[in-house]
Design a protein around this ligand. Sequence first.
Ligand SMILES: C[S@@+](CC[C@H](N)C(=O)[O-])C[C@H]1O[C@@H](n2cnc3c(N)ncnc32)[C@H](O)[C@@H]1O
Length: 240
Amino acid sequence: MSRAGRDALISTLRIGPPPAELVRSALDRAFADAEARGGLVAALDAGCGRNSILAAYRSRIGRFVGADVHSPPDGSLAYLDEFVVADLCADSEAFPPASFDVILSNFTVEHFADPPAAFANLRRWLRPGGHLVITTVNRRHPFVRSYLGIPPRARARLQRLVKTTAADAHPLVGACNDPRTLQAALASAGFTSVDIQTTGHLARAWGRRLPTFTLGLIGDLAVKPVASRRSTIVAEAVAP
Ligand SMILES: C[S@@+](CC[C@H](N)C(=O)[O-])C[C@H]1O[C@@H](n2cnc3c(N)ncnc32)[C@H](O)[C@@H]1O
C-alpha cells in the first residue's frame, strides 16, 4: 500500500487529527493573543531538531529562536534568527526571563531527564500571558508503555526501524508522559489555563513500513474511544 493509501485509510477510519493540526490551532491562539498585546512576536522552538511547525508562522515572528541539545546540520533551520545549544532541563540561564511570547516544544517531553525543571525554565522564559504548546507520547497507550519499557539497547534497534532516519532516534525517558502527570507538572511549574488533548498517531508515526503501519493502526483503533489512552498528547498552557 502506498503512503497516500495509508493516509487515506487513517482518514477513513477517523483515527483523529494529526498532532500537527492540533498544534497549529494552539499556535493560532498563541499568536492571536501575542499580537493583541502589540509588538513583534518573539518565538522559541524548544528542542527544535531539524523541523519546526513554527516556520509556517515566520512572517508573524519578529525574533525566531531555536534551542536543542544537538546543533543542527549546517544550512538547516535557515528560517531561524538564532540557534542556541541548550539542555532545557539544566540550562536555566539559556535565556533571560520573559524572553518569548510563544514557545513550542514538539515531541520533546518524552526525552526530558527532568521535566519539572524544563517546564519551570520554559515558564520563566515566557512573558506574562505567553503560551506554551507541547506535544509528546502518552504512556497510557499500551503500545507506548511497552515501547518505553523495552531495554534501551533493544529499543534503539527498534527505533531505527520505525523512525525515518537514525538521527531521529533520540534516547527516551518518558518521565512525564500521561495526560494527568503532564497536566499536574505544568500546573506545578506555575502555568495557568492548562489544556490537554489527545489523538491517535501510531499509524502515522510508524507508517514507513507496512507491518509497523498495520500495528500502529491496530493500536490507534483499539483505544480510539478512550481519550486518556490515545497515543499522543498535545498540551497548551499560559504563563501568568
Ligand atoms: C523527536 S525530536 C523532535 C524535533 C522537533 N521538535 C520536531 O518536531 O521535529 C526531539 C528533539 O528534542 C531534543 N531534545 C531532547 N532532550 C532535550 C533537552 N533536554 N534539551 C534540549 N533539547 C532536547 C532532541 O535533541 C531532538 O532534537
